[in-house]
Ligand binder design. Sequence first.
Ligand code: ZN
Length: 182
Amino acid sequence: EKFNYKITFADDLHYFKLFLKPIFKSGIGYDIHQIDSKSKQGLKLCGVRINYNKLIGHSDADVGIHAICDSIFGALSMQDIGYYFSNNSPKWKNKNSEHFLKFAKIKLQEKKYFIANLDINFICEKPNISKYRKKMISKISFILKIPEKIISIKATSNEKIGFIGDGLGIAAESIVQITNEK
Ligand code: ZN
């Protein structure tokens, strides 16, 4: 069998052991959407509905899920979310972003990778993310079928500096680590 690893010398054994070790890969994702100040409610972050002004976007503008998707695509050496779900396509108009995350989950399965940990950070003045932290973790855990304890949701304000500080938008960043070992 030509794909068999040939062990002849003592050093070959060393490389064979390296070959058996789990592979860890990391990915980063960032997204930002503008707040629709005219709307009274309709905000959705990490799949959780929040009684606050909604975000402007082609899909449902779930900035949290978009950042998570991009971090998974990055770890899998794929392209960005806009490549797979173009904001020019009517197909994705007002689309529930959970669909995009399910696509990322399928890609992980196809390539035989598992999420080792997922760290999400929101940057906004309002709303108060900590109130929705648990709900968001449980939602993401449910969609990705991963344990809640490997998900972290954090938030920081922009100290009233710049457009985020003026409350004009919400940004999210995500870092994921994936491994080929369960
Ligand atoms: Zn987005």
